[in-house]
Design a protein around this ligand. Sequence first.
Ligand SMILES: [Zn+2]
Length: 258
Amino acid sequence: MNLKFYKKIIQKNRLNDYKEILLQAQKEGYVITSLIDWYDKYKGSNTKVLVLRHDVDYDYKGAYDMYKLEKSLGVKSTYYFRWLSVNDRIMKEMHDSGFEVSLHYETLATYAKKNQITNKKEVTKDVLHHCFDLLGDELKEFEKRFWKIRTICSHGDKVNRILQTTNVEIIDYTRLIDYGIDFNTYNPEILKEFDAYISDSSIYNNFEWKKFGAPAKAFNQGKKSVCLLTHPIHWNQNVVKNIQMLYTVYADNTNRGF
Ligand SMILES: [Zn+2]
């Protein structure tokens, strides 16, 4: 068997490690909260804040486990779900508990798959503008099914790598507010507000912390505003789920529509 897959199959539950990070932040006096709560109450303030963002690419059950842990510690966070990973019951419970639950959009990737766009040259200005309009329709659909949302977050599909164009590139910053959205998570104006922006990675990268480095480093250095991005799929697995996840990721990556 491919060594990579073997590694993934035996991936262990790491929720305790996640809990340790949150406990350390609490001990260091950080407020731990969602993106929108940070935006409304703490942006630019002197309060030490740890903003928790979760991109739920595949694993909504893993997201639920992270949510329960966070709730038990009295903290809040943000969960972005793809259309592929939405789960009404879990999302509603999170939302009712005061967590931010919103859309992990991938409009350009979806459009490219549907329309057999396979190279960067075909991603014209018109295509980008059209995708921004389509995003508006998606937001309406999401809000009709769920609730009013104020932030959104771009997902990176394999197709985006092929097209060398991210889903962020469809965003028209001046018009996003017309959709009732305050910001997308990759807005440079938002990103520059964080003294440390940290992202997790998969077992294939030995769970290395990307961008800034380990959360403990940011806490020890007393960074004021820390944004921690985690993907549930990298945190809480068992053998059966690991195999399910491998299959889900494979199906997602091979169903390109071209
Ligand atoms: Zn994603």
